[in-house]
Write a protein that binds this ligand. Structure first.
Ligand code: ASP
Length: 389
């Protein structure tokens, strides 16, 4: 298979003029507090770690591979069609020339799926392995290779459940390996660069794609196929990776905030509670919402029109849900802007919560995590949605 040759050629072109020396991370012993679920951390995963030309005294980066198009292969003669999650993380790293100069890199395979198949089981494994690696001081930064479809959800999930000042960087690609102008190698190089940089300390979880650095709260996928698909419409990028430097353009959270931030615990039964997203549209009745209630949803997120609106019938169905103690969150199907309380919908009277800037998929996740932690009171849930995660 000539995938490596193709990947190497692309990455060589991309990086031929780059001279990078990653600075040492010497604060490796500064461990943060143990999170509520760290006791469940698996201990055998380190055994499956594969090393790539470890350079002495370099920052230690752990690559956790989960699959996605970045691990996909295609026949370059075919214009369409590929399998995501074919190539192992170790091979991905090996195919990027010069990456070994940035850091001492170990790779582990967490899963090998298209991110449309990302699920609680893989998420929990991933989160636990990250916390374990940081708590045991096995790595100075972590890079997660991931499909782009649900990357924003995994990033947001991890931001809420992992505690460390060390960076966690998610990366993917829009074109599979072997395709003309594959974007995976360059993205992976930059992700390692960001994870290895002392500038990234205290910034938590980030996404690096296409020379840009995004924060989990703001990032969303905006185009089905374009390489420049990710954007952070409400806040903009937090930084750039250019051939000369990593440039953060947004301040890092205060160090005290980053290290003492509350994390939400993971349920011991291995599953997040059921929370449904209901998509609003014209001529909407309450049927979808009533089905969600009947199916035992613990929360319902409305992907509302405009400022989180929906028809009278849909709102009446949401009232029925709220009266049963189901958490009702109004989000929006619109790409940007904030959903505001009590503008066209009387949230106080109805016991609803608004998602502010969180899109429906992230609002669902936060609701799941809150319900899993016993937080269902609308006032408390609203407070969590207002918080900085
Ligand atoms: N379906 C793929 C995935 O999310 C798409 C991608 O990675 O770009 O895994």
């Amino acid at each position: 298979m000539n995938i490596n040759t193709t990947l190497q050629r692309v990455a060589c072109l991309r990086r031929s003029s780059t001279t990078l020396t990653a600075a040492l991370l010497v604060c490796a012993s500064c461990l943060c507090g143990t999170s509520v679920w760290a006791a469940d951390a698996t201990s055998d995963s380190a055994a499956a770690t594969e090393a790539t030309s470890p350079a002495a005294e370099s920052p230690r980066i752990l690559v956790l591979a989960t699959g996605g198009t970045i691990a996909g292969t295609t026949d370059p003669r075919s214009a369409i069609g590929y399998n995501s999650g074919n190539v192992k993380g170790q091979e991905l790293v090996r195919a990027v020339p010069g990456i070994e100069k940035l850091a001492s890199i170990n790779s582990e395979q967490i899963s090998n799926v298209g991110s449309q198949d990302m699920n609680d089981e893989i998420w929990f494994r991933l989160a636990r392995r990250i916390q374990e690696a940081f708590d045991r001081n096995e790595a100075d930064g972590i890079v997660i290779t991931h499909g782009t479809d649900t990357m924003e959800e995994t990033a947001f999930f991890l931001q809420n459940v992992v505690r460390s000042e060390k960076p966690v960087v998610l990366v993917g690609s829009m074109r599979p390996g072997g395709s003309t102008s594959a974007d995976g190698p360059g993205n992976l190089y930059e992700a390692v660069e960001v994870a290895a940089s002392p500038k990234s300390r205290g910034r938590g979880v980030m996404v690096v794609m296409n020379d840009q650095i995004h924060a989990p709260r703001w990032i969303t996928k905006t185009n089905t196929t374009a390489v420049q698909t990710f954007a952070s419409p409400n806040a903009g990028v937090i930084g750039y990776v250019d051939p000369a430097s990593i440039r953060f353009v947004a301040p890092a959270p205060a160090p005290a905030l980053a290290s003492t931030r509350d994390v939400l615990g993971l349920p011991t039964n291995g599953h997040l509670p059921r929370v449904e997203i209901v998509y609003a549209h014209s001529n909407m009745d309450g049927a979808q919402i009533d089905h969600a209630i009947a199916d035992g949803a613990k929360g319902i997120v409305l992907a509302g029109e405009g400022d989180g609106d929906a028809s009278k019938e849909a709102l009446a169905a949401l009232d029925r849900a709220a009266k049963k103690g189901i958490v009702v969150v109004r989000s929006t199907r619109v790409m940007s802007g904030f959903v505001n309380r009590n503008v066209e919908v009387e949230d106080d009277k109805r016991g609803f919560v608004v998602s502010f800037d969180l899109n429906p998929q992230k609002a669902r996740l936060l609701t799941q995590l809150l319900v899993a932690n016993g937080i269902t009171n609308p006032g408390k849930v609203q407070q969590a949605f207002s918080g900085t995660f």
